[in-house]
Design a binder for this molecule. Structure first.
Ligand code: ATP
Ligand code: LTN
Length: 327
């Protein structure tokens, strides 16, 4: 199977991105043909600082590598370096209903968040995402739960296109994990953990220092009561922490409930902080390593770009031909 996914370089990559998406990529890599992108064009749709963008892009690539994406097995590349993504975005826009774009939850949320910057790119965001996916004849797209709606939109765009221009695109499927699909904010556990949250205490980034991890976990909002039990409706705070503990330790939640029976929240949080400090050490180490050797990162990206370009160029020719364009 062909697998494609991407993460925006906006903000800092956090454990929600990791558990909901990146961790799944690694397991797909063993038996599938995988393509992973840093989707920088998408990140231009919200306010950002151009002088910091490149560093943020490289940081995401380091996160992919540290998580276990092997550039010898999988293609890693930067979206804006393969121009076919932007080109296909335009072609797909003619089969995308504006009414559907306006219904998208992410559009509505971002428009509310940045009322002074409701740009056309924000509305058209799902078309570019469809272009990313369809350009590579993707079968499966591993993403967190928040992207399910965008995946449906990709499928609709592909079907609309195929109806009008012939059987050009594969209809891709989303892969959303059963646990970790929606990691919640540490400060407001009824909201999703988000890169663009103004409060850095609401998320743990993959590159946080041990001190930061400890501080954030110890101050994470928990619920009234004493028992360490999984009950997302009544105890969203402790349930979210249990989910994080379970995924990082590869231990089922009911075993954790037993393990921490009779223990208080503080004890549980101290244990979780230690676990995260240990499991995220690889990200801090790799970042240090690549800081000294930026050349190897550039080489990996160059190779990824070349490989992605070959596939994209070939597919683009077929797409243009089907639409009657001169190639
Ligand atoms: P932003 O808050 O700026 O929209 P984000 O945190 O949602 O950013 P993205 O780059 O949009 O991050 O998402 C990257 C991947 O991480 C996507 O597959 C998305 O579904 C997944 N993801 C994002 N947040 C979470 C979360 N809280 N829990 C699980 N998966 C998540
Ligand atoms: N929209 C996604 C990021 C994204 C993506 C993609 C994910 C852009 N293109 C293609 C999977 C496949 C997000 O906000 N998380």
């Amino acid at each position: 199977m062909r697998v494609f996914s991407g993460i925006q370089p906006s903000g800092k990559i956090h454990i929600g991105n990791y558990l909901g998406s990146l961790m799944q990529w690694v397991s797909f890599q063993e038996k599938n043909e995988c393509i992973f992108s840093v989707v920088d064009l998408h990140s231009l749709t919200v306010p950002y600082n151009p002088s910091l963008l490149e560093e943020k892009i490289f940081e995401k690539v380091i996160a992919y590598l540290a998580a276990g994406i092997n550039p010898k097995k999988s293609i890693i590349f930067i979206q804006s370096q393969v121009k076919e993504h932007a080109e296909l975005n335009w072609l797909l826009s003619v089969v995308t209903p504006v009414s559907e774009l306006k219904r998208m939850t992410q559009y509505k949320e971002k428009a509310k968040k940045y009322p002074k910057n409701i740009n056309a790119g924000l509305l058209n965001y799902p078309i570019l995402m469809a272009a990313d996916i369809l350009l590579y004849d993707t079968d499966v797209v591993p993403v967190g739960e928040d992207q399910a709606q965008h995946l449906e939109m990709t499928r609709l765009i592909a079907r609309n296109f195929n109806k009008r221009f012939g059987n050009v695109f594969k209809i891709p499927k989303a892969f959303i994990p059963k646990t970790g699909e929606k990691i919640m904010s540490l400060t407001e556990p009824t909201k999703k953990m988000s890169k663009s949250d103004k409060n850095p205490k609401s998320y743990i980034t993959l590159f946080d220092s041990p001190e930061e991890i400890k501080k954030k976990i110890m101050s994470a909002q928990t619920d009234s009561g004493l028992k360490i039990e999984y009950n997302p409706k009544l105890k969203p705070g402790i349930s979210n922490l249990l989910t994080i503990y379970s995924l990082f330790s590869e231990t089922p939640i009911n075993r954790l409930e037993k393990k921490f029976e009779g223990k208080n929240y503080k004890f549980f949080k101290e244990n979780l902080a230690d676990l995260l400090i240990e499991k995220l050490a690889i990200f801090r180490e790799e970042k240090k390593k690549f800081k000294k050797d930026g050349g190897s990162l550039k080489r990996i990206l160059d190779e990824g770009r070349k490989k992605a370009q070959v596939i994209a160029f070939k597919k683009m020719k077929k797409i243009k031909k089907s639409m009657g364009l001169t190639i």
